[in-house]
Design a protein around this ligand. Structure first.
Ligand code: SAM
Length: 265
Protein backbone atom coordinates (compact mmCIF):
# COMPACT_ATOMS: atom_id res chain seq x y z
CA UNK A 1 0.00 0.00 0.00
CA UNK A 2 1.55 3.33 -1.02
CA UNK A 3 0.68 6.14 1.33
CA UNK A 4 1.63 9.74 0.65
CA UNK A 5 2.27 11.64 3.90
CA UNK A 6 0.44 14.94 4.19
CA UNK A 7 2.48 17.72 5.75
CA UNK A 8 -0.55 19.96 6.27
CA UNK A 9 -2.08 17.27 8.53
CA UNK A 10 1.11 17.00 10.63
CA UNK A 11 1.56 13.40 9.53
CA UNK A 12 4.71 12.20 11.28
CA UNK A 13 4.19 8.59 12.25
CA UNK A 14 5.99 7.15 15.26
CA UNK A 15 7.88 4.06 14.16
CA UNK A 16 9.75 2.88 17.27
CA UNK A 17 7.68 0.02 18.75
CA UNK A 18 9.33 0.23 22.18
CA UNK A 19 8.31 3.88 22.49
CA UNK A 20 4.78 3.18 21.26
CA UNK A 21 4.50 0.54 24.00
CA UNK A 22 5.84 2.98 26.61
CA UNK A 23 3.12 5.49 25.66
CA UNK A 24 0.38 2.85 25.85
CA UNK A 25 1.67 1.74 29.28
CA UNK A 26 0.98 5.19 30.77
CA UNK A 27 -2.76 4.58 30.44
CA UNK A 28 -4.63 3.07 33.36
CA UNK A 29 -6.58 0.65 31.21
CA UNK A 30 -8.92 -2.18 32.21
CA UNK A 31 -11.78 -3.98 30.47
CA UNK A 32 -14.15 -1.17 31.45
CA UNK A 33 -12.03 1.59 29.85
CA UNK A 34 -13.14 3.50 26.78
CA UNK A 35 -10.39 5.07 24.70
CA UNK A 36 -10.69 7.97 22.30
CA UNK A 37 -7.67 8.14 20.05
CA UNK A 38 -7.02 11.34 18.13
CA UNK A 39 -5.22 10.98 14.81
CA UNK A 40 -4.51 7.21 14.76
CA UNK A 41 -2.67 7.49 11.44
CA UNK A 42 -1.91 3.96 10.26
CA UNK A 43 -2.84 2.60 13.70
CA UNK A 44 0.44 1.68 15.38
CA UNK A 45 -0.53 3.10 18.80
CA UNK A 46 -4.11 1.83 18.29
CA UNK A 47 -2.92 -1.77 17.95
CA UNK A 48 -0.72 -1.48 21.04
CA UNK A 49 -3.70 -0.13 22.98
CA UNK A 50 -5.95 -2.94 21.71
CA UNK A 51 -3.51 -5.46 23.25
CA UNK A 52 -4.56 -4.07 26.63
CA UNK A 53 -8.11 -5.24 26.01
CA UNK A 54 -10.07 -2.04 26.71
CA UNK A 55 -13.85 -2.02 26.47
CA UNK A 56 -13.77 0.10 23.32
CA UNK A 57 -11.46 2.26 21.25
CA UNK A 58 -12.97 4.95 19.08
CA UNK A 59 -10.51 6.78 16.83
CA UNK A 60 -10.95 10.10 15.05
CA UNK A 61 -8.87 10.58 11.93
CA UNK A 62 -9.21 13.43 9.46
CA UNK A 63 -7.49 11.78 6.52
CA UNK A 64 -9.79 9.48 4.57
CA UNK A 65 -6.78 8.01 2.75
CA UNK A 66 -6.02 6.14 5.98
CA UNK A 67 -9.28 4.14 5.93
CA UNK A 68 -7.55 1.07 4.43
CA UNK A 69 -5.33 0.78 7.52
CA UNK A 70 -8.13 1.51 9.95
CA UNK A 71 -10.61 -0.86 8.25
CA UNK A 72 -8.08 -3.67 8.62
CA UNK A 73 -7.91 -3.07 12.38
CA UNK A 74 -11.70 -2.83 12.55
CA UNK A 75 -12.01 -6.24 10.89
CA UNK A 76 -9.65 -7.79 13.43
CA UNK A 77 -11.03 -6.23 16.61
CA UNK A 78 -14.71 -6.01 17.57
CA UNK A 79 -13.98 -3.32 20.17
CA UNK A 80 -12.49 -0.90 17.62
CA UNK A 81 -14.28 1.67 15.54
CA UNK A 82 -13.35 4.97 13.94
CA UNK A 83 -14.73 8.01 12.21
CA UNK A 84 -13.24 10.23 9.51
CA UNK A 85 -13.78 13.59 11.12
CA UNK A 86 -12.10 16.71 12.50
CA UNK A 87 -11.12 16.27 16.16
CA UNK A 88 -11.50 20.01 16.70
CA UNK A 89 -15.24 19.97 16.09
CA UNK A 90 -15.97 16.51 17.49
CA UNK A 91 -18.38 16.25 20.42
CA UNK A 92 -16.57 13.55 22.41
CA UNK A 93 -19.47 13.17 24.84
CA UNK A 94 -21.57 11.80 21.99
CA UNK A 95 -19.10 8.88 21.90
CA UNK A 96 -18.29 8.21 25.57
CA UNK A 97 -19.78 9.96 28.57
CA UNK A 98 -17.45 8.42 31.18
CA UNK A 99 -14.61 6.00 31.98
CA UNK A 100 -12.61 7.28 29.09
CA UNK A 101 -9.00 8.05 28.29
CA UNK A 102 -7.90 10.30 25.46
CA UNK A 103 -4.76 9.17 23.66
CA UNK A 104 -3.12 11.10 20.88
CA UNK A 105 0.13 11.70 19.13
CA UNK A 106 -1.46 15.02 18.30
CA UNK A 107 -1.23 16.80 14.98
CA UNK A 108 1.23 19.56 15.93
CA UNK A 109 -0.62 22.35 14.17
CA UNK A 110 -3.74 21.94 16.35
CA UNK A 111 -2.34 20.40 19.54
CA UNK A 112 -2.87 23.45 21.76
CA UNK A 113 -6.34 24.10 20.34
CA UNK A 114 -7.29 20.53 21.25
CA UNK A 115 -5.83 20.80 24.75
CA UNK A 116 -7.78 24.02 25.34
CA UNK A 117 -10.96 22.40 24.07
CA UNK A 118 -10.54 19.58 26.64
CA UNK A 119 -9.66 22.04 29.44
CA UNK A 120 -12.94 23.83 28.65
CA UNK A 121 -14.99 20.59 28.88
CA UNK A 122 -18.44 21.08 30.31
CA UNK A 123 -19.74 19.66 32.61
CA UNK A 124 -16.77 19.24 34.98
CA UNK A 125 -15.41 16.69 36.00
CA UNK A 126 -15.22 15.91 32.28
CA UNK A 127 -15.92 12.81 30.18
CA UNK A 128 -12.26 11.73 30.45
CA UNK A 129 -10.33 10.38 33.47
CA UNK A 130 -6.91 10.69 31.88
CA UNK A 131 -5.28 12.13 28.75
CA UNK A 132 -1.98 10.84 27.35
CA UNK A 133 -0.81 13.25 24.69
CA UNK A 134 2.26 13.93 22.63
CA UNK A 135 3.31 17.48 21.81
CA UNK A 136 6.25 19.21 20.21
CA UNK A 137 8.89 19.33 22.97
CA UNK A 138 8.88 23.12 23.10
CA UNK A 139 5.07 23.22 23.46
CA UNK A 140 5.16 20.55 26.19
CA UNK A 141 7.71 22.64 28.11
CA UNK A 142 5.30 25.60 28.03
CA UNK A 143 2.40 23.46 29.26
CA UNK A 144 4.26 22.07 32.31
CA UNK A 145 6.13 25.28 33.21
CA UNK A 146 5.65 26.91 36.60
CA UNK A 147 6.43 30.48 37.70
CA UNK A 148 9.94 31.97 37.45
CA UNK A 149 10.56 30.05 34.26
CA UNK A 150 10.81 31.77 30.85
CA UNK A 151 8.45 29.17 29.37
CA UNK A 152 5.68 29.89 31.94
CA UNK A 153 2.66 31.53 30.36
CA UNK A 154 -1.05 31.43 29.57
CA UNK A 155 -1.18 27.77 28.60
CA UNK A 156 0.65 26.71 31.81
CA UNK A 157 -1.88 28.65 33.89
CA UNK A 158 -5.02 27.56 32.01
CA UNK A 159 -3.85 23.94 32.24
CA UNK A 160 -3.15 24.10 35.97
CA UNK A 161 -6.57 25.64 36.64
CA UNK A 162 -8.29 22.37 35.79
CA UNK A 163 -5.69 19.63 35.24
CA UNK A 164 -2.81 17.92 36.98
CA UNK A 165 -0.07 17.40 34.43
CA UNK A 166 2.89 15.04 34.38
CA UNK A 167 5.91 14.98 32.07
CA UNK A 168 6.89 11.44 31.02
CA UNK A 169 9.68 11.47 28.42
CA UNK A 170 11.05 13.13 25.31
CA UNK A 171 11.13 11.42 21.92
CA UNK A 172 13.78 12.22 19.36
CA UNK A 173 12.55 13.39 15.95
CA UNK A 174 14.54 10.43 14.53
CA UNK A 175 11.86 8.03 15.79
CA UNK A 176 9.29 9.37 13.30
CA UNK A 177 8.63 8.89 9.62
CA UNK A 178 8.83 11.32 7.94
CA UNK A 179 11.23 12.99 10.37
CA UNK A 180 9.78 16.26 11.75
CA UNK A 181 11.95 19.32 12.42
CA UNK A 182 11.68 19.05 16.22
CA UNK A 183 11.66 16.52 19.07
CA UNK A 184 8.48 15.56 20.93
CA UNK A 185 7.43 14.98 24.55
CA UNK A 186 4.74 12.84 26.14
CA UNK A 187 2.58 14.33 28.88
CA UNK A 188 -0.33 12.91 30.84
CA UNK A 189 -3.16 14.85 32.43
CA UNK A 190 -5.80 14.08 35.05
CA UNK A 191 -8.76 16.35 35.75
CA UNK A 192 -8.73 18.12 39.13
CA UNK A 193 -12.01 16.87 40.56
CA UNK A 194 -12.41 19.54 43.22
CA UNK A 195 -11.47 22.58 41.22
CA UNK A 196 -14.01 25.36 41.48
CA UNK A 197 -13.04 26.75 38.09
CA UNK A 198 -16.23 27.05 36.10
CA UNK A 199 -16.36 28.00 32.43
CA UNK A 200 -16.95 31.67 33.23
CA UNK A 201 -13.89 31.61 35.53
CA UNK A 202 -11.77 30.12 32.75
CA UNK A 203 -12.95 32.88 30.44
CA UNK A 204 -11.92 35.54 32.96
CA UNK A 205 -8.57 33.77 33.48
CA UNK A 206 -8.01 33.54 29.74
CA UNK A 207 -8.76 37.27 29.19
CA UNK A 208 -6.66 38.35 32.17
CA UNK A 209 -3.61 36.32 31.25
CA UNK A 210 -3.90 37.50 27.65
CA UNK A 211 -3.59 41.12 28.79
CA UNK A 212 -0.89 40.45 31.38
CA UNK A 213 1.35 38.20 29.28
CA UNK A 214 1.00 40.56 26.32
CA UNK A 215 3.54 42.78 28.04
CA UNK A 216 5.47 39.96 29.71
CA UNK A 217 8.86 41.59 29.34
CA UNK A 218 7.73 44.67 31.27
CA UNK A 219 7.16 44.93 35.00
CA UNK A 220 3.56 44.31 35.93
CA UNK A 221 2.62 47.56 37.73
CA UNK A 222 1.06 49.47 34.80
CA UNK A 223 -1.05 46.55 33.62
CA UNK A 224 -2.32 45.76 37.12
CA UNK A 225 -3.26 49.39 37.70
CA UNK A 226 -5.33 49.27 34.53
CA UNK A 227 -7.07 46.05 35.52
CA UNK A 228 -7.77 46.60 39.23
CA UNK A 229 -9.20 49.36 41.41
CA UNK A 230 -7.48 50.80 44.51
CA UNK A 231 -9.15 48.41 46.92
CA UNK A 232 -8.29 45.37 44.80
CA UNK A 233 -4.67 46.51 44.45
CA UNK A 234 -4.41 46.59 48.23
CA UNK A 235 -5.83 43.09 48.53
CA UNK A 236 -3.13 41.68 46.24
CA UNK A 237 -0.35 43.57 48.09
CA UNK A 238 0.46 45.63 45.00
CA UNK A 239 3.38 47.43 46.67
CA UNK A 240 5.20 44.14 47.20
CA UNK A 241 4.78 42.80 43.69
CA UNK A 242 4.68 45.87 41.45
CA UNK A 243 8.22 45.38 40.16
CA UNK A 244 7.76 41.73 39.17
CA UNK A 245 7.05 40.40 35.69
CA UNK A 246 4.12 38.20 34.60
CA UNK A 247 6.31 35.09 34.71
CA UNK A 248 7.24 35.69 38.39
CA UNK A 249 3.67 35.40 39.65
CA UNK A 250 2.50 31.92 40.58
CA UNK A 251 -0.74 30.16 39.64
CA UNK A 252 -2.48 31.22 42.86
CA UNK A 253 -1.84 34.88 42.11
CA UNK A 254 -3.74 34.59 38.82
CA UNK A 255 -6.56 32.61 40.46
CA UNK A 256 -6.86 35.34 43.10
CA UNK A 257 -7.26 37.94 40.33
CA UNK A 258 -10.12 35.86 38.90
CA UNK A 259 -11.81 35.79 42.33
CA UNK A 260 -11.45 39.55 42.69
CA UNK A 261 -12.95 40.26 39.28
CA UNK A 262 -15.77 37.79 39.86
CA UNK A 263 -16.69 39.32 43.19
CA UNK A 264 -17.34 42.72 41.50
CA UNK A 265 -20.70 41.69 40.10
N1 SAM B 1 -1.01 8.20 15.78
C1 SAM B 1 -0.08 8.10 14.67
C2 SAM B 1 1.31 7.84 15.21
O1 SAM B 1 1.51 7.97 16.43
O2 SAM B 1 2.19 7.49 14.46
C3 SAM B 1 -0.12 9.38 13.80
C4 SAM B 1 0.19 10.67 14.49
S1 SAM B 1 0.39 12.05 13.38
C5 SAM B 1 1.47 13.10 14.31
C6 SAM B 1 -1.13 12.97 13.51
C7 SAM B 1 -2.36 12.28 12.92
O3 SAM B 1 -3.49 13.15 13.13
C8 SAM B 1 -2.30 12.03 11.43
O4 SAM B 1 -2.76 10.73 11.16
C9 SAM B 1 -3.25 13.07 10.82
O5 SAM B 1 -3.84 12.66 9.60
C10 SAM B 1 -4.27 13.23 11.92
N2 SAM B 1 -4.97 14.53 11.95
C11 SAM B 1 -4.51 15.75 11.53
N3 SAM B 1 -5.42 16.72 11.76
C12 SAM B 1 -6.48 16.09 12.36
C13 SAM B 1 -7.75 16.55 12.84
N4 SAM B 1 -8.10 17.84 12.77
N5 SAM B 1 -8.60 15.65 13.38
C14 SAM B 1 -8.26 14.33 13.46
N6 SAM B 1 -7.08 13.84 13.01
C15 SAM B 1 -6.20 14.70 12.48
Amino acid sequence: MIFKYKKNLSQNFLINKEIIKKIADIGIINNNTNIIEIGPGSGSLTEELLKKNPKKIFAIELDKDLTNYLDKIKNNYKNFNYKISDALTLDERSIFKKNSIIFGNLPYNISLKLLIKWIYSDPWPPFYDQMILMFQKEVAERIVATSNNKKYGRISILTDARLDVKFHFNISKKEFNPEPKVDSSVLSFTPKKNTNFKLEDLNILSDLTKVIFNTKRKIISKTLKKLLNEKELKIINFENIKNLRAENLDFNFYYKLVDLIKSRS
